[in-house]
Design a protein around this ligand. Structure first.
Ligand code: C2E
Ligand code: MG
Ligand code: MG
Length: 240
């Protein structure tokens, strides 16, 4: 499924996040929280992660061939996967095979990847050289290594929904959200809030100059056919 990300400047869809689901023959539709932990424990996360990358690029290629006005798609990548040898070459090969330009792909990693700086710094540099945007997912929930933010090529911070939930009343969530927005602005990064569900949360984020939001307030994760409709309608309403 793909969940739209919305710009707070003009309300338009400026990106999507690919979120895995498994239509299990007996158990029905399984969510990411049921799939990913098992995949990580069993090591299957690398093959599943490769599948997500290939499927995302295949979908972008299909939309491209249908003339859909494309926006970048963010893919979640596990720490184990990004540390794999040739990770970057593999992505470049998939994008090349699908005829997808690098500015249509984003990679979301969590802070745990940053802890082992040495092994991933060259991979992140290579991804950035390709032109792929790198976002830190669930920012503030792990061991936030602030020093690595200035050393590594990071373009975007995603404020975890745990902090958004308490807005605008919880004093701690207010302070943390304001601080993350300030860090992002100071370091010249984009900042997006996850899990935005209410008009009050949205108003707070607008007032504090958050760049983008993602959450049920606007859209739930949707199948590709719905995304096609949304992007086509958006292009008709605003041909520029
Ligand atoms: P995430 O990357 O932080 O993704 C956001 C999660 O929040 C998604 O859950 C999404 O459905 C949910 N969400 C979005 N808006 C709202 C909202 O307004 N309220 C609430 N309560 N939730 C909202 P999902 O799809 O179940 O994914 C859970 C996690 O599983 C993801 O968190 C990500 O860490 C992981 N994941 C999902 N797909 C993949 C994948 O393809 N590869 C890897 N490695 N991890 C994945
Ligand atoms: Mg994510
Ligand atoms: Mg997240």
């Amino acid at each position: 499924l793909y969940q739209p990300q919305v710009s707070l400047k003009n309300g338009s869809i400026i990106g999507l996040e690919a979120l895995i689901r498994w239509n299990h023959p007996h158990k029905g539709l399984l969510g990411a929280s049921e799939i990913i932990p098992v995949a990580e424990d069993s090591g299957l996360i690398i093959e599943i992660g490769d599948w997500v990358l290939r499927e995302t690029c295949r979908q972008l290629q299909e939309w491209q061939s249908q003339g859909v006005a494309l926006v970048p798609v963010a893919v979640n990548v596990s720490a184990m996967h990004i540390k794999k040898l040739q990770f970057c070459q593999n992505i470049a090969a998939i994008m090349h095979a699908c005829g997808i330009s690098a500015d249509l792909l984003e990679i979301e990693i969590t802070e745990s990847v940053l802890q082992s700086e040495d092994s991933c710094i060259s991979t992140l540099d290579q991804l950035q050289d390709l032109g792929i945007v790198i976002a830190i997912d669930d920012f503030g929930t792990g061991y936030s290594c602030l020093s690595s933010l200035k050393l590594l090529p990071i373009n975007k911070l995603k404020i975890d929904k745990a902090f958004i939930q308490g807005l605008p009343t919880d004093k701690n969530d207010v302070a943390i959200t304001e601080s993350i927005i300030a860090i992002a602005k100071t370091l010249d990064m984009r900042v997006i809030a996850e899990g935005v569900e209410t008009a009050a949360q949205l108003a707070f984020l607008k007032q504090h100059h958050c760049d983008e939001v993602q959450g049920f307030y606007y859209f739930t994760p949707l199948p590709a056919s719905d995304i096609r409709t949304l992007l086509t309608r958006q292009a008709l309403n605003d041909p520029h």
